[in-house]
Design a binder for this molecule. Sequence first.
Ligand code: FNR
Length: 187
Amino acid sequence: MTKTIGLICGSLRKDSYNRIVAQAFTEMDSSLQFRWIEIRELPLFNDDLDTDDGGPEPVRVYRSAIRQVDGVLIVSPEYNSGIPGVLKNALDWASTPPKTAALLRKPVGVVGATPGGKGTAFSQQQIRQTLDAIQAHVLPFQKVLISQVREKIDADRGVLTDEKTRTYLQRYLQHFVHWIDHIPVLD
Ligand code: FNR
């Protein structure tokens, strides 16, 4: 059966490099379906809003979008050596209610790009830490840290052009699909 992969971008910026990187995934395997899962409309997490009826409409739409996909790829920048606030907010909304959280046992991959030299290493570490707390199934071992991203894209066309980076991403996607199929079921 065709797998559907959700894409979450940790940047709200219109010309986000991370969004360009995420877009590249959609061109890499025609046997997969890709669906953007947007986080822009989510309110700031507030436990008071997290009501039994599923909470505010944007939260319901977002949680339902995660539930409908076989796995989620997060492509995110790093802000101040950490996870962007908008992404942390989105992950928190996918962490409740604890027993039926949208990201609970969901296969998740983490990738990041930066114009800087460290490839979002700190941000990815924090994203993984949060996903571990939620008990998502994060793809282990494999990492894609994209540094100097401005030199790897055609910003005018919004395309990732660097062949080496495309190969890394393609391999990551293959590992991720394999991960979805082989996650140990422990419950
Ligand atoms: C940054 N940026 C950045 N980059 C990095 O590699 N490590 C960091 O700690 C930070 N910190 C940081 C803080 C703030 C407030 C901003 C606005 C930016 C630079 C960041 O990588 C750059 O703006 C990217 O272009 C953001 O990703 P998108 O929006 O292009 O996907």
